[in-house]
Ligand binder design. Structure first.
Ligand SMILES: [Zn+2]
Length: 121
């Protein structure tokens, strides 16, 4: 056996298309961000057989890449697991506000900005 320096954990994900359960053994230090039916822009994906630790996520093909849990039936559709990425200590969010074409009430609270009180000097 080779050395076993990096701890791995087995995690399970639901296919966003058919909710089949897939299993993936990955390094424990990786943090999952989301499982989506589409890839994030700017993320790179590898298959579960590749060295996805050096990628930004994993591209599954439901039921066709050997990751399905026993007893599950896949739908054959691809879906994407994206890891959390950081840029200079800040978590990157692929769903940047600039990509929202129209804001809805779910966009979050908006209020006046600026100093709101006297400050001693
Ligand atoms: Zn599926």
């Amino acid at each position: 056996m080779s050395d076993d320096e990096s701890a791995t954990v087995t995690v399970t994900y639901y296919c966003p298309h058919c909710e089949a359960l897939v299993e993936l053994e990955r390094d424990a230090y990786l943090a999952d961000k989301a499982v989506t039916p589409y890839p994030f822009e700017g993320w790179t994906y590898a298959t579960p057989d590749e060295a996805y630790e050096s990628a930004d996520g994993v591209r599954f093909v439901c039921g066709e890449d050997g990751t399905l849990k026993d007893g599950e039936e896949g739908c054959g559709e691809p879906f994407y697991l994206s890891f959390v990425r950081y840029d200079e200590g800040e978590e990157l969010d692929p769903r940047r506000p600039a990509e929202y074409v129209e804001l809805s009430e779910s966009a979050g609270p908006r209020g006046p900005q600026g100093p709101s009180g006297p400050g001693p000097r």
